[in-house]
Ligand binder design. Structure first.
Ligand code: DER
Length: 225
């Protein structure tokens, strides 16, 4: 991915959308970390009044460290805005997420928000999505899900991480598959097919982005749906 400066530029520009009284979905990953730190400074130094809903243990810990008051989806089901990163965004604002294995809660939060804003560095913007799609799967169903994904032309690998032997386990206690489909010309159609597979908890194709902020070292481009 691109430079930290490009990520920070996109993150801080998008945070201009956050105003007093808002409930804000806080995404996961290094780009959104810039947004969480920036919003934390606005809360602590300028008295910005917001509440955050984190999408992972990681973003919860960072938000607490930055002084952002937190709430839950149960207490605050209607979010004003969700700000989150992505692994790839195409020209029609279709998004692949899940590089951080957080896409299940990220999709729940993004769908709970009036506006879902994606922030990326320029290296992630492309004409056609062509990265592997992260897929959260109930371990019990893994073999069925792998079989159904291969029928759709997917080639899956179980994601293993660092600091633990064996598979990455998500914040929800499930496994992650990374599934290669090559160039994804019809993301919405694939999304529907994936969501029908029993035992597949959530996949990383997001078709609900309202806006994308594309950060460069010296500028930010904004695209709206
Ligand atoms: O897991 C996710 O969807 C994250 O948003 C992630 O993939 C983007 O992370 P990055 O901002 O560190 O590239």
């Amino acid at each position: 991915s691109g430079s930290e400066e490009a990520k920070r530029n996109a993150a801080e520009k998008a945070c201009e959308l956050v105003t007093d009284g808002m409930v804000v979905g806080l995404g996961t990953g290094s780009t959104t970390a810039h947004a969480i730190k920036y919003l934390g400074r606005k809360v602590v130094e300028d008295g910005l009044k917001i509440k955050g809903v984190p999408t992972s243990y990681a973003s919860e810990a960072l938000a607490i460290e930055c002084g952002i008051p937190l709430t839950s989806l149960t207490e605050s089901p209607e979010l004003d805005i969700a700000i989150d990163g992505a692994d790839q965004v195409d020209a029609a604002l279709n998004v692949i997420k899940g590089g951080g294995a957080a896409h299940t809660r990220e999709k729940i939060v993004s769908m709970s928000a009036a506006k879902f804003v994606v922030i990326i560095d320029d290296k992630k913007y492309t004409d056609v999505l062509a990265r592997s799609v992260p897929i959260e799967v109930i371990p019990y169903a893994r073999r069925l899900v792998e079989k159904e994904l291969s029928k759709l032309g997917g080639k899956c690998t179980v994601r293993s991480g660092t600091g633990k032997d064996g598979p990455v386990i998500s914040d929800n206690g499930n496994m992650i598959l990374d599934c290669e489909f090559g160039r994804i010309l019809e993301p919405a159609a694939l999304s529907v097919k994936l969501s029908r597979i029993p035992g597949l908890v959530e996949h990383g194709i997001f078709t609900n982005a309202s806006m994308v902020y594309i950060g460069y070292e010296d500028k930010v481009e904004v695209r709206s749906r």
